[in-house]
Structure formats: C-alpha cells, structure tokens
Design a protein around this ligand. Structure first.
Ligand code: NAD
Length: 258
C-alpha cells in the first residue's frame, strides 16, 4: 500500500455502498482522512464504522450531489473538519430506468442527468474552487463507465450521462493542469455491487452479461477502488484528462466462444 497519501483529505461521493464504500475504506487504509458523502445516513454511518474500526479518521455528510447547496456544504464541512481538500472521487450515480428512448419519461431523463452529470459538475465546481483557494494541487477522479465510451440499447440516458462525464473530465483537466490539479475518470464494465446486481443479477441476464467479459467474471468494487486510489496518488503524477478502463477485456473486441 502506498504511503504518500497519508494525511491527505478526500471526499468520496456515493460512499454509502458499492464501489464508493470500498474506495472510502481503501483511502482510509492509505492514511487518508475520508469524508463520505451520500443520501442514506444509516449506510453512511456503516461506512464510517468500517473506517473507524480500521483506525481511520472519517466524517459522513448527508449529501444529494444533484443539489448545489448540498455539494457546497459538503466541501465547506470537509474544510471545517479537516482543514483542506486534497482528493475527490466523484462516484455517486444511478442507472435510471433501463428502457428504450421511445418509452422513457422526461422525469427519468432529468433525474439521471441531474445525479450522474450535473452532480459530477457540481462536485468538480466546488472541489476545484477549494483546491484553487488552497493554492492549487490535488487529484480528482470521476466515475464514468464503459457506457461512457460506447452506446447500449436500453441504456441511452445512462450512456448519455456517462459520455457527458468523459467530456467534463477532459475539460476540467485542461482548466486545472497548470494549477497542479489532476482530473481523471474511471470506466468500469460490470462490477459486483448493488447496482450491478439490480441490472445484471437476474438468472437469465447474468450468464449473458458475464459472457461479455472475456476474463469470465464481473469485476469487484475493490478492483475499481485500487485503481482510483492509485490515480489519486503521486504515482500517477503525469496522468490528467485521461480515462482508465477496467473491464475484464469487455472493450478489447468480440469475445470468442468459450
Ligand atoms: P451503488 O448503487 O451501490 O452505489 C451508488 C451510490 O451512489 C449509492 O451509495 C447511492 O446511494 C449513491 N447515490 C445515488 N444518487 C445519489 C445522489 N443524488 N447523491 C448522493 N449519492 C447518491 O452502485 P455502484 O455500482 O457502486 O455505483 C457507483 C458508481 O459506479 C455509479 O456512478 C455507477 O454508475 C458506476 N458504475 C457502476 C458499474 C457497475 O457495474 N456496478 C459499472 C460502471 C460504472
């Protein structure tokens, strides 16, 4: 485990379950003070307990990333508690209704875009403001998906939101590179989380979905968390504006039959 992150302060959004929870715990193991942000208090406190049991320092801030005042308060409370902000993993997201465009409601489009895309933009806005106020320096990782790189029938709104996160990441990286702030994005294929289970856990779809991954299985939240912690560390010091694909071979090409 890298030691250079010790004493840094991170925000992890959507840290109440899945990939965000594993990332929060892994940051804490690396000595990072972690502010866990999410809408669900009980689950948020469970993440905090996991961190404290491992000897880490952490704070839960109830946050809806689609609401500007919440995100602004998240950054303010982070600085009030820990004095600064060095790292952020903007991970919160929803899948929305997975149905064809022709059947989709405007409300579902708005909700998915509000959380996945506007939420990432709001996080970037207030995190970068704080990092600049500190004199620059810092690392941010956004959460996209392989759905940020390819289309998928029935996933149009989710794909649009994640493609948007890719563009936000590159633009933010260009705006902040000279200030020493690195902004990157992670693009996983299917990961074993509550969301992964909701979408691909059914008995019929699961074998098909596993078959899309040449490696022969879904990814684990820890495999994504490991990459995110590395991207936030100085070991990734020349990486900005880039995406890291974690997909078990999903995008490498057609999967030959077993
Ligand atoms: P998850 O459902 O376990 O976690 C999502 C988290 O985001 C939850 O804790 C949820 O409460 C939180 N969240 C949702 N809306 C929020 C809001 N408005 N404000 C604050 N928090 C909110 O699923 P996960 O798989 O861990 O998903 C994490 C991220 O990874 C998502 O952005 C998702 O799109 C992305 N992703 C997941 C997979 C996968 O297969 N699981 C693949 C690629 C990308």
């Amino acid at each position: 485990m890298t030691t250079e992150l010790r004493g840094k302060v991170a925000i992890v959004t959507g840290g109440t379950s899945g990939i965000g929870r594993d990332a929060a715990v892994l940051f804490a193991k690396a000595g990072v003070k972690v502010v866990v942000a999410g809408r669900r208090e009980v689950e948020g406190r469970e993440t905090i307990d996991l961190i404290r049991t491992g000897g880490g320092d952490s704070l839960f801030v109830k946050t809806d990333v689609s609401i500007a005042a919440d995100v602004q308060a998240l950054v303010r409370k982070t600085v009030e508690k820990f004095g600064r902000l060095d790292l952020a993993f903007n991970n919160a997201g929803i899948e929305g209704a997975l149905i064809p465009i022709a059947e989709q409601s405007e409300e579902d489009w708005d909700r998915t875009i509000d959380i996945n895309l506007k939420g990432t933009w709001l996080c970037l806005k207030y995190e970068i403001q704080q990092m600049l106020k500190q004199g620059g320096g810092g690392a941010i990782v956004n959460m996209a998906s392989v759905a940020g790189l390819i289309g998928s029938a029935g996933f149009a709104t989710y794909c649009a939101s994640k493609h948007g996160v890719m563009g936000l990441t590159k633009s933010a990286a260009l705006e902040t590179a000279r200030s020493g702030i690195r902004v990157n994005v992670v693009c996983p294929a299917v990961i074993e989380t509550p969301m992964g289970e909701r979408i691909f856990g059914g008995p019929e779809i699961k074998p098909y979905a596993i078959g899309l991954h040449p490696i022969g299985r879904f990814g684990t939240p820890t495999e994504v968390a490991e990459a995110v912690v590395w991207m936030c560390s100085d070991r990734a010091s020349f990486m900005t504006g880039q995406s890291l694909v974690l997909d078990g071979g999903f995008l490498a090409g057609p999967n030959p039959p077993a």
